[in-house]
Design a protein around this ligand. Structure first.
Ligand SMILES: [Zn+2]
Length: 350
């Protein structure tokens, strides 16, 4: 093995369990314990901080060679050289994110490759409420490289100020959020024909009503253009994130609309009236908007990072005051909705 300056990985410290035992990390699912160590070897393992070369450590304590090889093989040590996929600036800027990713990857190199995929991704945010601002800046902060701000711009009011921007009234909402996105190291763009298709479009467009509802009409173009989208609706102190609509594959917002019609024959008339309302003040608690934005960003990261489909591909995540604990509400396609009639083999993240 070639760890010239071996060190323990972030969040997996060497912890002494006894005279001859050293444990790496706390989580029982991935902690590694080395037993039968001499005093010299256990002392050396406790000092794996990247300041002593492997050669020097093994010269002082020959038994360490095989121990370091075994630890490296099990992913307990940091890589000697970083992957060339990220710039040094990017690596330092997002070190906590990469270290977090590394806990579930084989190596820091793997984590950096996963993070580089986020950097290459384009995610769109549709809407201009406070939730949209929190989502857009949250995506950028989590490493999404390009954030497209969709929908009409408007002049900010005092009520638009959030902890991540806009920071002042009477400015362009889109310019202010774009600046916050840029400060997080991402590229803000306006969606146009020249911009490539987003991996996911988040639809942050809650209606002016006391339950979270996203108008399916706002996603018709996304369905038609085969764009994966995720509604994020915040109303007062409750929120619904999802479902993640993969056109032709998962349930769409018209499927939900059909279910609402099944439960209440008057629903179409109610929905039409909601569409005509223009909110003077949109009721959105900041804690609720922040919690919903965090869940939405996490769902997008699950799509971008790959692996198992996120929970919203078959459900909505509901959050409600006062605790905002996530409740999973399963969603299935409605047999009458036309969204599943095409025979698609598309998969999430494709
Ligand atoms: Zn549908």
């Amino acid at each position: 093995m070639s760890h010239h300056l071996p060190r323990t990985r972030a969040a997996r410290p060497a912890l002494r369990r006894g005279a001859d035992r050293v444990q790496f990390g706390l989580d029982p699912a991935r902690a590694i314990t080395v037993e039968g160590l001499t005093d010299l070897a256990s002392a050396a393992l406790m000092r794996l901080d990247g300041t002593t070369s492997r050669a020097d450590a093994v010269r002082l304590c020959p038994e360490l060679g095989s121990v370091l090889d075994a630890l490296a093989a099990r992913g307990a040590l940091d890589d000697e050289t970083p992957a060339p996929t990220l710039s040094d600036h990017r690596r330092r800027r997002h070190a906590p994110d990469i270290a977090a990713l590394a806990l579930t990857r084989e190596s820091t190199r793997d984590a950096e490759r996963a993070f580089a995929r986020r950097q290459r991704s384009l995610v769109a945010v549709r809407g201009n409420d406070r939730t949209a601002a929190l989502v857009a800046v949250g995506l950028a902060a989590a490493g999404i490289g390009t954030v497209a701000l969709e929908g009409p711009d408007r002049t900010t009011a005092l009520a638009d100020l959030t902890p991540v921007g806009p920071y002042e009234p009477d400015v362009s909402w889109r310019d202010a959020v774009a600046e916050s996105v840029r400060r997080q190291g991402a590229h803000p763009v306006a969606l146009s024909a020249r911009v490539r298709r987003p991996t996911v479009t988040l639809v942050c467009a809650a209606a002016d009503v006391d339950l979270p509802w996203c108008d399916p009409e706002l996603t018709d173009d996304l369905l038609a253009d085969d764009v994966v989208h995720l509604p994020v609706a915040v109303a007062a102190e409750s929120a619904l994130v999802g479902p993640l609509v993969v056109p032709g594959v998962t349930a769409c917002l018209w499927c939900l609309d059909r279910r609402s019609c099944d439960r209440d024959a008057a629903w179409p008339a109610l929905a039409d009236q909601l569409r005509l309302r223009h909110a003077v003040t949109l009721a959105q608690g900041m804690a609720t908007a922040s919690a919903a934005a965090a869940v939405a960003v996490a769902q997008v990261l699950a799509v971008v990072d790959g692996g198992a489909p996120p929970v919203t591909s078959t459900a909505q995540v509901a959050l409600r005051a006062p605790d905002h604990l996530a409740e999973v509400l399963p969603v299935t396609r409605h047999p009458v909705c036309g969204c599943g009639w095409g025979d698609s083999t598309r998969t999430i993240g494709a």
